[in-house]
Design a protein around this ligand. Structure first.
Ligand code: SF4
Length: 493
């Protein structure tokens, strides 16, 4: 074996689509190329040992924000114990500000941007000579029709045990300054018939959970409808063996034809991830995010009221110009629309994103280490930002987990942000923990908080107990759906 493609995934269940694209496009080198994936948290020595067991001449690493620090250690150790092995890096994290990075200093070559065509070419040059002189190679971006689709490279084990990532398009035409996709300037679709043929074969092989990584699934409605129809046909033909599909939508573009398609899906078959990020028009202008807030709100409400899709909506705290008060107003407005989950994100300064132009005017201070989270800005000082970080963590545990669906409306009252912020401050003061809070302990704390806020102790106990009992029941009594457990809990609420 000559070439090893590897990466450290965030979880075992995340199968790397990027590595599979590279393998599918290796051409004459494909027979001599293998994939070996790891999960972050694994021991560096074990990773290096397992890589070297393949006796590779070249190791290609996929570098992302979540694995760059651990992969840096792996590359350092690999070059120390096997300096003859050529290390090639690729992926979004090394595609910008490339030469400033420690991991790049330790590697032999880096490909920035798309690697599908450039990686096999670079391998040929390394293996056949003459060896390339330049360390950093700008990835060539071919027409999508020239890229071989990778889906047959998902193994039976991947299909059975892992999330299957798929993409019907790459890129995004919007330019939100905090997002890496802002640099794409446009979106490119794969040939839809070829793509659906691959989905058909994945389905025949047993795939039921399809996660679309397209940044904007609803850009081209004709294509969106074709993809939806594919899943509707599968659901109609196999109601006892349903599929589950996850799509990212832009919120202000939901024509009637798409609504009609969406409304045909049964419960537990669809999930939408929708980025609102901010409802504040001044913030939207500052970060070049074009969004019709009224249409976005109307569409989210329509989806919550008229579809059975699981709704996961994103907000970002810490954007330039956003105060705690304006963020709270956006949060409350979004909660009132009824999504199952609000992803409370904290702004990150992703390498290459234009958000840095606001650094000085808005006093933005970012953690220099991945994931480059904002620590403070002109409107939100460091202690307040930390309170927001804890809010986000506790919101995941209490609200997004679906464990407290009966209790949550009581906990949040008519001003959800303010009430939950007070709860988060109190919970932190009384547990000194944001992680590893067992469900029983969390339930006891929620009960205690409700009593402190004036609720009768018996009522509070009964209310929280109804959630804990329901949560336990759901784990044994899951409706027939391919949806993950957390989504099932929300949909059953
Ligand atoms: S946030 Fe969404 S809409 Fe904006 S550039 Fe990124 S992917 Fe596109």
């Amino acid at each position: 074996m000559t070439i090893l493609l590897t990466t450290l995934n965030a979880r075992y269940t995340h199968a790397s689509l990027g590595l599979r694209y590279l393998l599918a496009n290796m051409g004459e080198w494909q027979e001599q190329t293998k994939i070996q994936e790891f999960v972050i948290g694994a021991k560096t020595t074990e990773i290096v040992e397992r890589i070297l067991q393949h006796h590779p001449k070249i190791v290609g690493f996929g570098i992302y924000i979540w694995n760059v620090e651990e992969t840096n250690k792996v590359v350092g150790m690999l070059k120390r114990v096997a300096p003859h092995v050529t290390v090639v890096l690729g992926g979004p994290e090394v595609s910008y500000e490339t030469n400033e990075q420690d991991i790049v200093k330790q590697a032999d070559y880096v490909i920035t941007g798309w690697g599908d065509v450039t990686f096999p070419k670079l391998c040929s040059e390394i293996l056949n000579g003459p060896k390339p002189i330049m360390k950093v190679h700008a990835g060539h971006q071919p027409p999508l029709a020239d890229i071989k689709l990778p889906y047959s490279l998902y193994s039976d084990d991947d299909i059975k045990n892992r999330t299957i990532y798929v993409e019907a398009s790459r890129g995004c035409p919007f330019k939100c300054e905090f997002c890496l996709s802002a640099l794409d300037k446009t979106a490119w679709p794969f040939n839809i018939d070829a793509f659906l043929a691959e989905m058909e074969s994945l389905h025949q092989r047993g795939a039921r959970l399809f996660k679309f990584v397209d940044r904007t699934f609803n850009l081209n409605i004709k294509t969106s409808l074709k993809i939806m129809q594919f899943f509707l046909d599968k659901l109609a033909a196999n109601p006892d063996d349903p599929v589950y599909a996850h799509f990212e939508l832009v919120p202000d573009h939901l024509p009637d034809a798409l609504k009609e398609g969406i409304s045909k899906f049964p419960p537990g078959a669809l999930q939408f991830e929708i980025g609102i990020q901010s409802f504040n028009p001044e913030v939207q202008t500052l970060v070049s995010r074009k969004q019709d807030n009224q249409k976005a709100a109307d569409n989210i409400r329509w989806l919550c009221d008229h579809s059975t899709a699981h709704m996961h909506v994103d907000l970002i705290a810490g954007l330039p110009g956003e105060t705690v008060e304006s963020f709270a107003a956006g949060f409350n407005k979004l909660w009132a629309l009824g999504p199952h989950e609000i992803q409370f994100g904290i702004l990150k300064r992703l390498r290459g994103t234009p958000i840095i132009r606001h650094t000085e005017p808005f006093g933005m201070v970012f953690d220099p280490h991945p994931p480059y989270t904002i620590l403070a800005n002109q409107h939100i000082d460091f202690p307040t930002m930390q309170r927001l970080v804890r809010f986000a963590r506790y919101w995941d545990l209490v609200a997004n987990s679906g464990r407290f669906t009966n209790t949550l409306p009581v906990l949040l009252g008519d001003t959800p942000f303010e009430h939950f912020m007070a709860f988060a401050d109190w919970l932190y003061a009384n547990t000194d923990a944001t992680h590893r809070i067992a469900l029983d302990r969390l339930a006891a704390m929620v009960q205690k908080w409700l009593v402190q806020r004036g609720m009768d102790a018996h009522e509070a106990t009964a209310l929280v107990a109804s959630d804990v009992a329901t949560g336990k029941k759901h784990t044994h009594d899951t409706p027939k759906a391919a949806a993950p457990q957390r989504q099932v809990r929300h949909l059953a609420a």
